[in-house]
Design a protein around this ligand. Structure first.
Ligand code: 2IT
Length: 482
């Protein structure tokens, strides 16, 4: 994942065309003309650029949302009067703190910890915790901003937040992770709670870390409550929470393809990443008849023309828990091609699902996907596709869905975990899966409905942004100037 992936050489490996897929591509769809930035949105964006020019990822996310909502702003002049946009780009609260911890060599280490409580318009702040070297105020602000609209799309009562630390978990022992999590929570516990702010996992934070974080939260507050999601099943977690993000992505892809008169059956799918999202995607895509032929890490990608299935899927979990942030071991273990220092977008595929990290699929990658006949690109990660790449794909007639719609299944099942914690219930896997599927279908309907209604049929970026923004803006209007 990550910075290492981006630093990787742009060279392309010579990969033969997959024999599994037909060479021809669907004829180019006429792309709908991109709406220009509405004057009010342009003014707020320019002001933001002037104030935080260094917050690149955050500005990128704001620009994407603002470029989509022009017709909503035109129809609702009262939003400008109430300064909705100025308020929506300003986190309600930013918490930043020092995380001091001792490593296995007794060395004292210092990291930065953050929690961005972005918006409570729709419910308690809700969003993941990322432990990764790339974490900064800008990356967490972008993630918290995206989370706000994503959570709105789920239809649940969830505000938006995000947190984390610039810790690199690679090579860290179990004991080190425990001490780090305890130190991180020693500061954070004052700011969270089941009706205040409910963090979950993200990159570098899985069930193990949530366990350590919860242990310390409970020790400090003397409350055993639902202040975190992604807990283990035995003590308050929800069935299918680990699988939910990836399953939801696959359900969303299936809905998109269904609208286009197709399905995942027989499709060749390229996936990046090898973590939690990729793991769920691989399982559900395979179950729905597709074949995932790539995985990737910071060291490169593996190409497995037989499809990642069976033991290989279980091994993905071992890789993560082993603490080795690399896919070369997967290549060695299963005797499949490993391409060091490269990204998987050179592999011919019908569907591409980037599941690693922001901005991991650029314009050159988009051109390569188009050239190789890819027809559908769906974001499993948050904003893995650059603005230029999105434009290239859409102009090339590719069906493209943004992460805030497609990967909302993770936070949706977190919302279901909160409901189970409040009522003291533990739902069956069937019940959770049915609810997840219904939520993903509904998000798909919201996206296609809003895109259609505002004159951009088939544009999931515009549909998702309008759908998410409208719900947040209306809640803010009702709640007054806060
Ligand atoms: O990006 C995301 O939606 C997540 N990391 C999941 C957030 C959550 O609260 O479950």
């Amino acid at each position: 994942m990550s910075s290492d992936t981006r630093a990787a050489t742009p060279q392309r490996p010579a990969i033969a065309r997959s024999p599994m897929r037909p060479a021809q591509r669907r004829s180019r769809r006429e792309p709908s003309p991109q709406p220009s930035l509405q004057p009010y949105a342009a003014r707020v964006l320019a002001d933001l650029r002037g104030r935080v020019p260094w917050e690149k990822e955050f500005l990128q996310a704001v620009e994407e949302v603002f470029s989509s909502i022009s017709p909503v702003l035109e129809q609702n002049p009262q939003y400008e009067g109430a300064s909705i946009l100025e308020r929506i780009v300003e986190p309600e609260r930013v918490i930043a703190f020092r995380v001091v911890w001792t490593d296995d060599q007794n060395q004292v280490n210092v990291n930065r910890g953050y929690r961005i409580q972005f918006s409570s318009a729709l419910g308690p702040y809700k969003g993941g915790t990322r432990f990764h070297a790339s974490v900064s105020l800008s990356s967490l602000k972008f993630l918290g901003f995206e989370q706000t609209f994503k959570n709105a799309l789920t239809g649940l009562s969830l505000g938006g937040g995000k947190g984390g630390s610039d810790l690199s978990f690679r090579g860290r022992s179990d004991a080190e992770m425990m001490r780090f999590c305890q130190s991180y929570m020693s500061e954070l516990f004052r700011h969270i709670g089941p009706e205040t702010d409910v963090p979950a996992g993200d990159i570098g934070v899985g069930t193990r870390e949530i366990g350590y974080l919860f242990g310390q939260y409970k020790r400090l507050t003397r409350n055993f409550d639902g202040a975190l999601t992604g807990k283990a099943l035995e003590w308050g977690g929800s069935r299918l929470r680990p699988e939910a993000t990836g399953y939801g992505v696959a359900y969303f892809v299936e809905e998109m393809l269904r609208d286009a008169g197709e399905s995942l059956e027989g499709k060749t799918v390229a996936v990046s990443g090898f973590g939690n999202v990729a793991w769920g995607v691989v399982q559900k895509v395979t179950e729905l008849g597709g074949s995932v032929v790539t995985l990737s890490g910071p060291d490169g990608f593996v190409y497995d023309p037989d499809g990642v299935r069976g033991d290989k899927v279980d091994y993905m979990r071992t890789m993560r828990l082993g603490g080795r942030d690399a896919v070369q071991q997967f290549g060695e273990r299963f005797g499949v091609e490993f391409h060091p220092g490269r990204r998987p977008w050179v592999v011919p595929c019908d569907v591409a699902i980037p599941c690693a990290i922001e901005n991991e699929l650029d314009e050159g990658d988009a051109e390569m996907l188009l050239k190789n006949g890819c027809r559908c690109v769906v974001e499993g990660a948050n904003m893995p596709t650059t603005r230029e790449a999105v434009r290239t794909l859409q102009e090339g007639g590719v069906l493209f869905a943004p992460g805030k719609a497609a990967n909302a299944g993770g936070v949706a099942v977190s919302g279901l975990e909160m409901a189970q914690n409040r009522s003291g219930e533990s739902w069956s896997a069937e019940r959770v899966d049915a609810a997840l599927r219904a939520i993903m279908t509904r998000i798909h309907e919201i996206c296609t409905g809003a895109a259609e209604c505002y004159g951009h049929p088939g544009d999931y970026v515009i549909g998702a942004n309008i759908g998410g923004f409208s719900r947040v803006a209306e809640a803010m209007m009702s709640q007054g100037a806060v």
